[in-house]
Design a protein around this ligand. Structure first.
Ligand SMILES: [Zn+2]
Ligand SMILES: [Zn+2]
Length: 271
């Protein structure tokens, strides 16, 4: 069963409307489509940096209204439209963010970290190139620390692109991988899911998020795993899904999570 829950529209940094993205998902044979535009409700410097790729939180209600209108038009038992958001975790603002998100009729929230301190993780290779090897390790370490906090503090349904900091091919310290593995075991206990994010195949790292070793740990621990494209254009809506499905098949994963009104449901993958 094809579901695609991590997608962007022109409400943030996507190229198409929510409706166009939903129609692309339907045409690709998806049974469930979710829209999840960026919401970066961070302290002021982050807000300014992210203005180009995130909706301002003053637009959040209008975005949800647009998504609900697409749902009203296109949702059916054969094709479900879900309303979500990809929310950035910041230690300074997460409590207000949780309150803001709780008031909205969302089906799911994706917890994401795109900043380590004031360092933008996936904005450009140039930021990484200017760092010394020690500083690169420090960014990785801080990134993992924040993902860890995000899992505990942000009211989210699944974590985005777990090892995003590999995007420009900077390898993590073994200690970072150990911490992410421990986090995955906690995710299983908490019922927090992760995604295979296939956008990574089209980035300099050339592989999906998370890496094979982290995916294996997730499966062993019993973490719910979605397959998502992080699509920013209609033609990306199910990109490289066959590779992700092959990886899940090889690991014997039989079920996949879906979300409605912030509740998790398990469905059979090959139904
Ligand atoms: Zn993201
Ligand atoms: Zn995204």
């Amino acid at each position: 069963m094809i579901t695609t829950y991590h997608n962007h529209s022109s409400w943030s940094d996507g190229a198409a409307s929510i409706r166009e993205m939903a129609l692309a998902a339907k045409a690709a044979g998806a049974k469930e489509f979710g829209i999840s535009d960026h919401l970066v409700a961070g302290p002021r410097p982050f807000f300014l940096e992210s203005r180009a790729w995130s909706m301002g939180y003053n637009l959040l209600e209008s975005y949800v209204a647009d998504a609900l209108s697409v749902k009203a038009e296109l949702d059916s038992p054969e094709f479900r439209v879900r309303v979500g958001v990809e929310a950035d975790y910041f230690p300074e603002t997460y409590q207000g963010l949780n309150r803001m998100l709780a008031k909205l009729p969302l089906d799911y929230v994706i917890g994401a970290v795109h900043f380590a301190g004031d360092f933008p993780i996936d904005a450009s290779a140039g930021y990484w190139q200017r760092l010394s090897p020690l500083e690169r390790n420090a960014v990785w370490y801080e990134y993992v620390r924040r993902v860890d906090e995000c899992a505990d503090r942000l009211d989210c349904n699944f974590l985005a692109h777990l090892d995003l900091a590999k995007i420009y091919r900077v390898e993590p310290l073994a200690e970072c991988i150990t911490k992410l593995k421990a986090l995955l075991r906690r995710c299983a206990e908490k019922g927090l899911c992760i995604e295979i994010n296939t956008a990574g195949y089209d980035k300099p790292c050339g592989e999906r998020y998370p890496s094979p070793v982290l995916l294996e740990t997730a499966v062993e621990a019993g973490v719910g795993i979605l397959v998502n494209a992080d699509a920013h254009k209609p033609e990306q809506i199910t990109r490289h899904f066959e590779k992700a499905y092959a990886a899940l098949d090889a690991l014997g994963v039989t079920h996949q999570p879906t979300f409605e009104k912030r509740q998790r449901f398990e469905v059979i993958r090959n139904a």
